[in-house]
Design a protein around this ligand. Structure first.
Ligand code: UD1
Length: 417
């Protein structure tokens, strides 16, 4: 199993290009299921989760072509097997995003239940209830969600919790339903907007994406389209924290400050200088950062996917930070690993109190999930001596060539087999 070896202490300098967003790419790939015509996606990130999603679609009978310029063409003309099997779903919860489009297009879908995952229970009850409201007959049997509907009908859906993939699944299903669907308490994440834009380019009639009420007027059929995937705001944020802890100066290209307001505000509070450039951001920091307290919540508030990286930053900052996680019930596993590097963190339910220490010391640590892995990389970059991160397959699910991008900026990091 691959590991990452980091020798901390190098200042990050130079420029790096941010990849297309994982969390936009996955629903966009599923949108191809809605039409017979080809969907062309560019700026596709080279990630394990994307490969898994493409394998899933390929075994449903979809034609998948990926060229060397990261452009993907998906043609669901031959869609003949509307099934998402357990062995693929278990490695990637986002496979649930096939449920809505498959049902809307073929009238039937069998998608394995994703089950629990390291960061919490993460049920899919809201996805199921939404489809039922649209007239689907949904049975959960033998670990599979089996949904049927001759034709979905538009409905008014209020989601109890703000759910990102839930909103996306229902939006895709509603695009081909008969009549109008209104999703209230919808997720406002930029990736939801990216999906809505692509659906509209395919001929859908979606309005209100980016607000908490999304209206979808169903259409008979959708056409093909070409769409460029938005930049990855979590990869952007992860690089911002990495540069911040190493007192570096880096230009991040092909990204945008506009999708990261809450994160940028917190970094500025910590003492980091950030400015928008023509095609991205410039970040610079020096000296010890100030600890910043934060509370995760749905967009536009502080993203749960950046909580772990900020914990690494707070671990070496001046002062004490209180970090509250409100989205997932078990998302502090990285705190225990940070303690192995000498961090002073106390956990109480969904709150972590991080007392900044002057320095961390390298050690062997274990990645437990995707963003926890990113947190350990950030910590390893600032820790004294060598940090060896085990189980980095989590990292490969969501970060494109992370060690190459960091090496390019001067980090001493390499993959060991
Ligand atoms: C998405 C992101 C993930 C991010 C998360 C929160 C993708 C592919 N993944 O995950 O990176 O961390 O949003 O920003 O976009 N819930 C229910 N019932 C449901 C659905 C959700 O109880 O039917 C709960 C979840 O357990 C969680 C909360 O709602 O506590 C929010 O989860 P949700 O927004 O659905 O996360 P994902 O869409 O899976």
């Amino acid at each position: 199993m691959d590991k990452l070896l980091i020798e901390g202490g190098a200042r990050l300098e130079g420029q790096v290009t941010i990849s297309g967003a994982k969390n936009a790419a996955l629903p966009l790939i599923c949108a191809a299921l809605l039409t017979e015509a080809p969907l062309h996606l560019s700026n596709v990130p080279h990630l394990k989760d994307v490969t898994t999603m493409l394998r899933l679609l390929a075994q449903m009978g979809i034609d998948v072509t990926l060229d060397e310029r990261n452009c993907l063409t998906l043609a669901a003309t031959g869609l003949n097997n509307p099934v998402a099997p357990y062995d693929l779903v278990k490695t990637m919860r986002a496979s649930i995003l096939t449920l809505g489009p498959l049902l809307a297009r073929t009238g039937e879908a069998r998608v394995s239940l994703p089950g629990g995952c390291a960061i919490g229970a993460r049920p899919v009850d809201i996805h199921i209830r939404g489809l039922q409201a649209m007239g689907a007959d949904v049975q959960v049997e033998h670990g599979y969600i089996h949904a049927r509907a001759r034709k979905l009908r538009g409905a008014k859906i209020f989601t109890d919790l703000v759910t990102v993939t839930g909103t996306e699944n229902l939006m895709m299903a509603a695009a081909l339903a008969e009549g109008t669907t209104v999703i209230e308490n919808a997720a406002r994440e930029p990736e939801v907007v990216d999906l809505a834009n692509c659906l509209n380019a395919m001929g859908a009639r979606v309005s209100g994406a980016g607000s908490d009420v999304i209206t979808i007027e169903g259409v008979e059929r959708l056409a093909g389209a070409s769409h460029r995937i938005m930049p990855d705001r979590i990869e952007t944020g992860t690089f911002l924290t990495a540069v911040a802890v190493t007192s570096g100066k880096v230009r991040l290209k092909r990204t945008s400050a506009a999708i990261l307001d809450a994160v940028i505000e917190k970094l500025r509070e910590a003492g980091v200088r950030i400015s928008a450039t023509e095609d991205g951001l410039e970040v610079e920091s020096d000296g010890r950062l100030k600890a910043v307290s934060l509370r995760t919540a749905p967009y536009p508030a502080f993203p749960t996917d950046m909580q772990a990286q900020f914990m690494a930053m707070n671990a070496v900052a001046q002062g004490t930070a209180v970090v509250t996680e409100t989205i997932f019930e078990n998302r502090f596993m990285h705190a225990l690993e940070l303690r192995r590097l000498g961090a002073d963190i106390e956990i109480n339910g969904n709150t972590a109190v991080v007392r900044g220490v002057p320095r961390l010391d390298g050690a062997t640590v274990m990645a437990t999930d995707l963003r926890a892995s990113a947190c350990l990389v950030v910590a390893g970059l600032v820790a004294r001596g060598e940090t060896l991160i085990d189980r980095i397959y989590h990292l490969d699910r969501g970060y494109e060539h992370i060690e190459e991008k960091l090496s390019q900026l001067g980090a001493r990091i390499r993959r060991v087999h």
